[in-house]
Write a protein that binds this ligand. Structure first.
Ligand code: ARG
Length: 259
């Protein structure tokens, strides 16, 4: 019964947005009043988890997961590129309802946001030029290290060499750090394994290589919502459970990561 009304309501809302002529995708406006569609923010510059070419569609593992979760739990999503820091600010201000962006579940973040059940295992990796002599995190001491600011990549470097390590360069997004690595402006980039491996594939094994370090702790990605948004969190967790059980998760995993 309630579900029927909900569907009817969303149908009415949806068509009124279409009639209004523009489904104001970017800056809220009409869409921000629309409670029927869950607005999901991401920093679409972290392939293979999320990427966007120009103003094209946002795609990636996280996008497929979020869409499958929504479908399984019976809600609609609109995924928009926010950037990394603005994603968290957007959750705070209510501009977006949820965030999926390869976000590692950390104790620090858990103080401010609620996380879904973990949906992906990760860890840090070091990306260096193929001819680099670096074989461990320690070897990076004194070297210029690029990271995306406010990520766990930054945390591991700060934990190793101090919060004010002068050779740490923080970037707004990971592609900018990679760009500087290519130009030789930094000696290494520390980022999530999935992303580092993707760049090695793209840039060529002859040019870049990966260095692991035993000190890197296992990390788990979660979907975030505003603290206390139990209703949405429960739906997301229910959707995650369903797609794990019915094989959808595995299919998506295989699409991006093989076996
Ligand atoms: N997993 C890391 C963290 O949570 C990096 C995530 C960066 N994600 C992104 N879409 N740029 O800090």
């Amino acid at each position: 019964m309630r579900k029927g009304i909900g569907i009817l309501l969303s149908a009415v809302l949806f068509s009124s947005i279409i009639l209004a002529g523009c489904a104001t995708k970017k800056d809220g406006g009409e869409a921000s009043k629309d409670t029927a569609v869950v607005k999901v923010g991401t920093d679409a510059a972290y392939p293979p988890f999320e990427k966007q070419e120009g103003t094209g569609e946002i795609s990636g593992f996280d996008v497929d997961i979020m869409q499958a979760v929504a479908k399984a739990a019976g809600f609609k999503v609109e995924i928009r590129h926010t950037g990394w820091d603005p994603l968290f600010e957007g959750i705070d201000s209510g501009k977006v309802d949820a965030g999926i962006s390869a976000i590692t579940i950390t104790e620090e973040r858990k103080k401010k946001y609620d996380f879904s059940e973990p949906y992906f295992d990760a860890k840090q990796l070091i990306l260096v030029p193929a001819d680099s002599s670096v074989t461990s995190l320690k070897d990076l001491n004194g070297k210029k290290i690029g990271v995306q600011s406010a990520t766990t990549g930054e945390t591991v470097v700060q934990e190793a060499f101090g919060k004010t390590y002068p050779n740490l360069k923080g970037y707004d997004d990971t592609p900018a750090a990679i760009e500087d690595l290519k130009l030789g402006r930094v000696d290494a980039v520390v980022a999530d394994n999935g992303v580092v491996l993707e760049y090695v594939k793209k840039l060529g094994k002859d040019k870049f290589k990966v260095v692991e370090d035993a000190s890197f702790e296992p990390e788990y990605y979660g979907i975030i919502v505003k603290k206390g948004n139990k209703e949405l969190l429960e739906k997301i967790n229910a959707g995650l459970k369903k797609i794990r059980e019915d094989g959808t998760y595995d299919k998506i995993y295989q699409k991006y990561f093989g076996q």
